[in-house]
Write a protein that binds this ligand. Structure first.
Ligand code: NA7
Length: 569
């Protein structure tokens, strides 16, 4: 419930406004409303909870983190009540889970669905954020928390002629809720990232013909998905604390440890046996076979060669296999997909692979896609072409901080945050999984719980100490950006030129490595340390703090980048 409603503007006044009702927004609402007792309201574009999972309903949409790790851990009761059915939950099961959590915590009464935020403007005189929605509704609040996700702004390539296409076309991230019937249809799929790799086998199973347009060949490891045994469910029920301890002690937040060995520590035969074993285990655990896979190109080459060999073994047609295995980036330096029969799909008679790097797409006509080699007639086009990641959802709103400065101008050369959680010039605004946070390089719920709890503690600290405004200090933010760059540069991740981690998939977007590659464990320690030092690097006003106090000399000592041992999902 709002504290009050402004009579002149009709604006509903809250302590906190939260944008987005996915994993982040739901937990943030629970923390602010039920732990701190604030009046809080979530504004959500969709007609239901779920965030990215509400929109990504494409065939085969499934989580890449393992079931029990893709969960909230803050509530023992929720952990004990909910039971996942498969190793990797499918989109509908994740939606059921998030609805169950929202209902259990009675969150929906404070979520305004069907509400797209258009602008959020900070008013220095009143120290309040003014939020306006597309429908013209107005809200104000002391704290603004963006919980908009990293992968929620669809990237639809600007291919000439799309408007003229006489068939149907869809982006995987904006999938129709009543599904798409591919039966007997000629389907063209553009994109072979994690999404395309999940979708192609499912689409091929009913389509008349599937043509996959591949620009960048990709590695993939079998997920080995399947139902959970009764014994394993029992193990999960009885070992929450241990599982949480593992997730919180690994750099990528997954429920397994990264092997404490380098590739060079073993003989070539031992290495092969380890890779075979990891391949049989499947999923993102393959990445955990050696510690230095993302730190040392020579080490990475051994994994890359192993995975390319697997493609050549699985795919029967040598020409198709060669196109699929023609991968020129290090393994896991782009987001590493996991799959269910992706490469096997190319052995089907109704599937064709088209290499659009060799023969680029020129245009779309009313009847299909034209590459320099000719036209592919199609009834349906599926764009599995990814997202304007991390900054897209934030810059899709007109966010303005002190003196009316727009976030899009402040970030014109690339995003700058402190800890991925706060932006200089935007007081009392917090960005859950913002650029500069580990987010997409971590099992997301682990990162989200940490962010949300840290933000909640920060707001509690402000209220207990009479602090009216908190804001990232520009110097601290500069140093954090530097540290984010150092962390990335200590790995092989920046070697990929065409990566959404770098913003390179969206024409005109500044090339800045966005997620923090220093690992979740270190990130958590840095955040805790900053909080323990009275929110070092932040500027505070009220409660005896002077306006714009000088920054402590130690701000920015986040540790050497070289100590980063195993970043990445
Ligand atoms: P990704 O990983 O960004 O993949 C998008 C794919 O689409 C990738 O293969 C792109 O090729 C391809 N693409 C994009 N634009 C074009 C054009 N114009 N022509 C041809 N091919 C194109 O997005 P996903 O949805 O698969 O995965 C995003 C995350 O969502 C994933 O990490 C999971 O966490 C869930 P490119 O590589 O750019 O050459």
């Amino acid at each position: 419930m709002p504290n009050t409603t402004d009579r002149s503007t009709g604006a509903q006044e809250y302590d906190a406004l939260i944008i987005g009702a996915g994993f982040s927004g739901l937990y943030q609402l629970h923390c602010l409303r039920d732990r701190l007792g604030l009046s809080a309201q979530v504004l959500e574009t969709a007609d239901g909870v779920g965030g990215t999972w509400y929109w990504n309903r494409y065939p085969g949409a499934r989580c890449e983190s393992e079931r029990h790790s893709y969960s909230y851990y803050f509530s023992k009761e929720i952990l004990e009540e909910w039971e996942w059915s498969e190793r990797y939950p499918e989109q509908p099961e994740i939606m059921r889970y998030l609805n169950y959590v929202a209902d259990k915590l009675d969150l929906k009464r404070d979520i305004q669905f069907g509400t797209r935020v258009e602008s959020a403007v900070y008013d220095e005189a009143t120290n309040r954020w003014h939020v306006e929605t597309e429908a013209g509704d107005q809200y104000t609040a002391t704290y603004l928390i963006t919980a908009v996700g990293c992968l929620s702004t669809a990237n639809i390539p600007d291919i000439p002629g799309l408007d003229s296409f006489a068939g149907d076309w869809y982006h995987t991230g904006q999938w129709p809720h009543d599904g798409v019937d591919f039966t007997g249809k000629r389907v063209g799929q553009i994109g072979t990232g994690s999404t395309g790799i999940q979708a192609a086998p499912v689409i091929a199973s009913t389509a008349g013909h599937l043509t996959v347009f591949q620009r960048t060949p990709n590695y993939s490891v079998p997920a080995h998905n399947g139902p959970l045994s009764a014994e394993f469910k029992q193990y999960l029920r009885e070992n929450h604390d241990e599982i949480r301890a593992i997730m919180q002690s690994t750099p990528n937040g997954h429920p397994f440890r990264i092997a404490d060995r380098n590739v060079a520590d073993v003989t070539p035969d031992e290495r092969l046996a380890i890779y075979e074993e990891s391949w049989r285990t499947g999923g993102l655990r393959f990445r955990a076979a050696f510690r230095d896979l993302l730190l040392d190109k020579a080490a990475n080459d051994t994994a890359a060669e192993f995975l390319k060999d697997k493609i050549r073994t699985v795919v029967k047609d040598p020409e198709t296999a060669a196109k699929l295995a023609n991968i020129d980036h290090p393994y896991a330096a782009k987001r590493p997909p996991i799959d269910t029969h992706y490469f096997e799909t190319f052995n089907r008679d109704n599937v064709t692979l088209v290499d659009v790097r060799a023969a680029p797409i020129e245009r779309i006509t009313p009847t299909g896609i034209v590459t320099v080699n000719g036209e592919y007639p199609l009834d349906i086009i599926v764009f599995a072409t990814g997202f304007d990641a991390m900054t897209g959802p934030l810059l899709g709103m007109d966010i303005r901080g002190r003196d009316g400065q727009a976030l899009k101008d402040v970030w014109s050369a690339g995003p700058k945050t402190y800890l991925g959680l706060a932006v200089a010039g935007f007081p009392n605004m917090f960005t859950v999984t913002g650029p500069g946070s580990p987010s997409v390089l971590c099992n997301m719920p682990v990162a989200i719980e940490q962010h949300v709890e840290w933000i909640t503690d920060c707001i509690a600290h402000m209220r207990e100490n009479g602090i009216d405004r908190i804001e990232a200090g520009p110097e601290a933010a500069e140093k954090w950006v530097e540290h984010v760059n150092d962390a990335a540069n200590a790995t092989l991740l920046p070697l990929v030129k065409h990566s959404w981690y770098l913003g390179a998939n969206v024409p005109g977007k500044p090339r800045v490595f966005m997620p923090y590659a220093g690992g979740m464990t270190r990130y958590r320690a840095v955040c805790d340390d900053i909080a323990a030092k009275g929110y070092e690097g932040f500027r505070k006003e009220g409660g005896g703090h002077e306006k714009h106090p000088p920054q402590g000399a130690t701000v920015g000592d986040f540790g050497p980048a070289a100590a980063i041992d195993a970043p990445g999902v």
